[in-house]
Design a protein around this ligand. Sequence first.
Ligand code: ATP
Ligand code: MG
Length: 640
Amino acid sequence: MADDIAQQFSTKMQLDKETGEMVSKNELKKRTQKRTKKAAAAARNGVSVSNPVQEPIPRGQLATAGEPVVDPDAIFKQDFLAQVYKERESKNVVTRFPPEPNGYLHLGHAKAITINFGFARYHGGKTVDSSVVIPLARFDDTNPDAEKEEYFIAIQETIRWLGFAPSKITYTSDNFQRLFDLAEELVKQKNAYVCHCNKAETELQRGGEKGASPRYRCAHANQDVETNLEKFRGMRDGKCAPQSAWLRLKQDIEDPNPQMWDIAAYQIPKDQKPHFRTGTKWRVYPTYDFAHCLCDSFEGITHSLCTTEFRMSRESYKWLNHRLVNFQPMQREYGRLNLTGTILSKRDIQSLIEKKIVRGWDDPRLFTLKAIQRRGIPPGALLSFIYELGVTTAESFVDNRRFQQSVRQYLERSVPRLMLVLDPIPVVIEDAEEQYLDIPFSPKDSKMGSHKIKLTKRIYIDRSDFREVDSKDYFRLAPGKTVGLLQIPYPVKAVSFTKDEASGAIMEIKAVYDKEGKKPKTYIQWVPEGCPTAEVRIHTALFNSDQPKLASGGFMDDVNPNSETIWPNAMVESGFYEVRRRAPWPKTEGEKLGEASLASVRFQAMRVAYFALDTDSTDDRIVLNQIVPLKEDLGKSSKG
Ligand code: ATP
Ligand code: MG
């Protein structure tokens, strides 16, 4: 690793940011010139190459991960390697994304997915004999108590939505028999034993709560092979109560690494729920520590990429594979991705749902990938955010504002613009004549086309854009004051207004064109009479602090009670129908693979925010979610 870092920081070599390779200064210059030429040619042909979405760049230790090895001293000889290479017909890099199907994927998993797929693609691209990219998705389905079919389905949908297509979907449960047989083999090697100690006893053996007391092994470690085999088979055959027996590895209790202190290899789950795929066939299940490294080897995974908290597990990973298989994948780690101002853990999200603080796993205020999808964030925006962060081993806490900024930049150039009014009040322009206006969907990109708006005598503006009493520092509509209306040739001046006596609310404003006056300082949005109404949901941070987990009283006490504002009677111009018909916006790879969803109906509501259609919408009911505000840190209504 020290070598990798030295190489990365060597002054003679420079990083080619597009490929992630370290190359000489000359080479980098050549490449840059070539790319500039290509970009210029593409621009002439009308192909946009600005801001291309790039693969994450394997850097540092991931960049030089090297070859996996055939372990020459493998204890338990089996010719898996030949079989593995035959099965995948090449020696390409093979990675896998290994989700536990016990919940929905979250933002951090998107990083794991992009790294595993991106790494394989990156190296696959370099392999001469084959252009096949081989990332797998493997379900780590070893704990039926926590797993549900619903999660299996949702996880696969999410991977597809992100735009990735695993070459194969595999399951740890495909290998339950093989794993059991290997566990027996381990017992025969005297490298595993059945233990009946409870949690407290095991903790004590491993040095107590603080790890300060002397470590020791229990008497079970001295059982002979026959006893262990009989007990292990007894566990399998239902002779032991749940959680009353474990198969433990016989490692090295003196080793400084806790992952070597006789960790568990098999357990009997508490609830004994049927397994989604194997039903009631098995009563014992392998642990992650046991199954993961072996399945990696079975599947010919060359690079087992995982997050840094598994750094210590490298040793047990090798220890086990060395004893049972002769193909050793290499484990490499990258840092977890976390976001400020939110929580990602499945258990914590579950409690927010149970307390009805959010609408469900896909509530747009959460950062599960289902929530991100429902909120309307395009997969391409999410990927470019992750690619921008790059691959590092440091665990990062990324500022939520940076995430929003990244999404905003992506939307800015890729979605159409419309006018929407959150809280409409009517304005009658007394001297207006009905006419049709042709309005472009984008001020910058003519390819997005245009749509017609009927300018009616009676239009609607936002209640917050009118004041009964004018003041010097105010530039929107007020009696005697002129304001510009977006897309209309003339500004309007308010002449009078009516109020509801009881509530004091403005009922109607009368206005006239102000054709002679100065150019107005502000232009406001409006919609014509007769356009569709919509329910608009504006979300702000679900928590008050940046680190909800560290808040006094825990994250539940940190919940912001005003994180959702609903505007039930908003109005959106009828161009919306065309935006809906032409979705997805933008036409990103991910959504082409999957169905164009409601959430892919996206637009910028001028002066308000970016919006997407919510899943609560129907053919006749428009419900919109705010994707991101137009500017950083604007308040609830996002209006300036
Ligand atoms: P959580 O406990 O946060 O719900 P997990 O680690 O239990 O997540 P898994 O389903 O086991 O979730 O994760 C699948 C893969 O995704 C693993 O390789 C894991 O290391 C990786 N992963 C999980 N969380 C993150 C994260 N925040 N950043 C990057 N990778 C992650
Ligand atoms: Mg996990």
